[in-house]
Design a protein around this ligand. Structure first.
Ligand code: NAG
Ligand code: NAG
Length: 349
């Protein structure tokens, strides 16, 4: 038995080696040509119906403007009514031929059903479902009074996208449409204080990946993997254990440190262009791929770096970590953080 297994191990290694050598070059050539061709012939978004959940600020807001510029009909969903109305007005001014703003709480399944139905009643079809909404929490796991308090974070980051996708599916099938799901780079790396956030994003990521296999060619799924992007999240809006959304910019500094924050407008532009060309996933900004390979190839170094920057000894508050000290050096934030995220003001309603 032992002999057979050790032989199998060698055969497996040999097989892997040969298949890499033989199959990868043509496969990558094919993928390259394919992506080149689809970027030559991007999807025409004129009069396509695009539903964006989480459109009242940040990434969702700017995705709405990018779709509007390309002539898409928009359905915008978020909880904050007035902010949503402002975004809808702006999207119309930019060039969308029709915008519907639906205030709703998408952690409630019946509300998801309602805004999908309203979309179909108004526009008759649905081409892109864009799930953006998300909240972040930054406690150390050990310091939580009860991890179960964070189930509301799971509702927003996981159950919300799951239910909207569920109700949208028949309509997306009919239009051979696309799901655009925003996950997070944190689902691909090691970031301390993000246990709950990463768990929720990892869950929704695996949901999309598995759904892609089930759906086959009927519906395309594009996973958007944002790095650190200008938004209310990077202003320091966090979900507290008491279930409130609060802005804590010191904690934000301590959890970002000297990571440059990409402007939402540039981010949204890059994303919509890649979505139009049919990308399976979009990592934006693209240079994060370097961080990903460090994590995969030398995880020990990645983990050591993260601990050094972001983990404080027990009893010492997060806001005394090395990342915060670096962020507080002269001109660091002026250079790395866009002006909007340096103010703690967020949209209230
Ligand atoms: C996109 O589609 C619209 C109508 O659906 C059409 O008028 C327009 O010419 C198309 N644009 C391109 C670049 O094909
Ligand atoms: C986050 O989740 C992914 C799985 O989705 C995992 O591979 C990664 O190691 C996690 N990172 C952490 C704990 O920061």
């Amino acid at each position: 038995m032992g002999l057979i297994y050790s032989l199998m191990d060698k055969v497996a290694a040999l097989f892997l080696f040969i298949s890499l050598l033989l199959f990868l070059p043509p496969l990558y050539l094919f993928k390259f040509i394919n992506s080149f061709l689809s970027s030559r012939f991007p999807e025409n978004l004129t009069n396509k119906v695009v539903l964006i959940v989480g459109a009242s600020s940040g990434i969702g807001e700017h995705l709405a403007y990018e779709y509007a510029k390309r002539g898409a009909l928009l359905v915008l969903v978020a909880r904050r009514k007035n902010s949503l109305r402002d975004v809808a007005k702006m999207a119309e001014d930019i060039g969308s031929p029709g915008v519907l703003a639906i205030p709703a709480d998408y952690t409630k399944p019946d509300e998801c059903q309602r805004f999908i139905d309203t979309t179909i009643q108004n526009f008759g079809r649905l081409d892109h479902l864009v799930n953006v909404a998300g909240v972040v929490a930054l406690p150390l796991f050990e310091e939580m009074a009860d991890p179960f308090h964070f189930q509301a974070l799971m509702d927003v980051n996981f159950w919300g996208p799951v239910y909207t996708t569920y109700f949208a599916l028949p309509h997306l099938k009919r239009s051979r449409g696309r799901i655009v799901g925003v996950t997070s780079f944190s689902a691909y790396t090691n970031i301390p204080r993000m246990t709950m956030y990463n768990a929720s994003k990892g869950a929704v990521r695996n949901f999309y990946h598995t759904l892609r296999i089930e759906l086959g060619a009927d519906i395309d799924i594009t996973e958007i993997i944002p790095g650190v992007i200008e938004s209310e999240l990077t202003k320091g809006k966090i979900f507290t254990e008491e279930g409130r959304l609060e802005v804590d910019q010191d904690l934000r500094d301590a959890s970002l440190g000297i990571v440059p924050i990409e402007r939402t407008k540039a981010f949204a532009h890059a994303v919509v262009e890649r979505v139009r060309s049919g990308a399976r996933w979009v990592l934006e900004p693209p240079w994060y791929i370097g961080l990903y390979y460090i994590r995969v190839l030398i995880p020990e170094v990645a983990e050591w770096g993260m601990r050094l920057l972001y983990v404080t000894p027990p009893g010492v508050p997060a806001t005394e970590d090395l990342a915060k000290k670096l962020a507080d050096l002269p001109f660091v934030k002026e250079i790395l953080y866009p002006p909007s995220v340096r103010s703690p003001e967020i949209k209230r309603d």
